[in-house]
Design a binder for this molecule. Structure first.
Ligand code: ZN
Length: 392
């Protein structure tokens, strides 16, 4: 005799059987099914060849052999890595096209890290609103946004009240403040600029991201002005006043800052943000990045940065396992940046942001900001992305 229970099990295995006259039986249906990829979820540390079923914009199943007949559409991911949608927390949205280019690189969520300030923030807001992926914005502490000759050389460009007003008007999109503190950007105004950034964000309970490396003030004085949840980008910037002392040791104030909840981010970029030697030194001392980010710009598209999977791949070359590298581009940024909370995972129930990557073996050339070439044996390439359950 076939019991109701075994019948349900058998139909579940058979797939999209349409059952008339039998109440409350729902064959599993998917808007999209990602078939046969090697699923790697750094948030749960689950790895395995599985299908990913997506319905209503959410991940509804991660299991082997989900029935393709149940799916409105499928992506064949055989031989590929299926990972949470990549999250790049330091990019620059300088045109309406840039978010879409990031999405083609597997980046489903990104932060514009202070490209514009109060005066021209509408340009970034418009790009964010028109983007096919999730774009959030850090407002530059200087009302001018980034200036080639240093937006903080004149401290009067920081207008706390005006910044708060702009943030209040765009609270859904502006999620913090960015302050570039290097000598060529802020001169001797680095500490005062950071104090004002905290004056802007403090009452709003928003984070500040600071750009370090070659500051006038020593890093410990800068770190002392950070609050838990703030982010330090360009963590492996060359001296002076990077995270290392003269003997190459990570300074105690940096380790203490991490302990009290400050995040450390890569920000690859192109000029004086990272060298192989310093990254190696940091990794060797177990001062790993919380997050890897690209500091992607138009110029970076053809130089050093190229795309986010390329930047992630540099850390494969430096010896980190692929799961750890991907955690730094998915799960960790989802923890570090409040509006990305709940993303960066393939958990059932999570928003269906997925990147499908290829991890190719071969000989691949990478460069650091000194333009020193190194050859890696593996490289990540994005082949498809899903955002909010929809194929990009
Ligand atoms: Zn940047």
């Amino acid at each position: 005799m076939i019991t109701r229970r075994t019948f349900l099990q058998s139909t579940a295995v058979a797939g999209a059987t349409v059952l008339s006259g039998l109440s409350r039986v729902q064959a599993a249906t998917y808007d999209l099914l990602i078939k046969g990829g090697r699923c790697l979820d750094p948030a749960t540390r689950q790895v395995g060849v599985n299908d990913v079923g997506i319905a209503g914009g959410r991940i509804t199943a991660v299991a082997p052999n989900l029935a393709a007949a149940d799916a409105a559409s499928t992506i064949d991911a055989a031989g590929k890595l299926v990972v949470p949608g990549l999250i790049d927390i330091h990019t620059h949205v300088r045109s309406k096209e840039m978010p879409a280019i990031c999405l083609s690189n597997g980046v489903t969520s990104l932060l514009d890290a202070g490209s514009q300030g109060v005066d021209r923030i509408d340009e970034v807001i418009d790009a964010a609103k028109g983007a096919p992926n999730r774009v959030r914005i850090l407002l530059n502490v200087s009302r001018t946004g980034i200036l080639p000759d240093g937006e903080l050389m004149d401290i009067n460009r920081v207008d706390v009240a005006a910044a708060q007003k702009v943030i209040a008007a765009h609270r859904d999109l502006i999620v913090g403040v960015k302050a570039r503190l290097s000598r060529t950007v802020a001169g001797k105004n680095d500490l005062e600029a950071l104090r004002r950034a905290q004056a802007i964000t403090g009452p709003l309970k928003l984070p500040v991201m600071i750009h370090i490396g070659d500051t006038v003030s020593p890093l410990p004085e800068i770190l002392a002005l950070l609050k838990p949840g703030d982010i330090v980008t360009h963590m492996y910037a060359p001296p002076p006043h990077g995270i290392f002392d003269d003997n190459g040791r990570v300074i105690p104030e940096v380790i203490a800052a991490r302990k009290r909840g400050i995040w450390f981010d890569i920000g690859n970029g192109r000029v004086a943000h990272i060298t192989w030697a310093l990254a190696e030194s940091g990794l060797k001392q177990k001062f790993l990045p919380d997050t890897i980010s690209s500091d992607w710009t138009d110029a970076g598209r053809t130089d050093q940065v190229f795309d986010f999977p390329n930047v992630l791949s540099k850390f494969l070359l430096l010896g980190l396992p692929v799961g750890e590298v991907l955690a730094m581009g998915t799960a960790n940024p989802a923890r570090a940046v409040a509006p990305f909370k709940g993303l960066g995972t393939l958990r059932v129930g999570a928003t269906a942001d997925v990147a499908i990557l290829e991890l190719r073996d071969g000989e691949f050339e990478f460069v650091d900001n000194d333009n020193t070439k190194r050859t890696g044996k593996q490289k990540l390439f994005a082949t498809a992305a899903v955002i909010g359950g929809k194929k990009a």
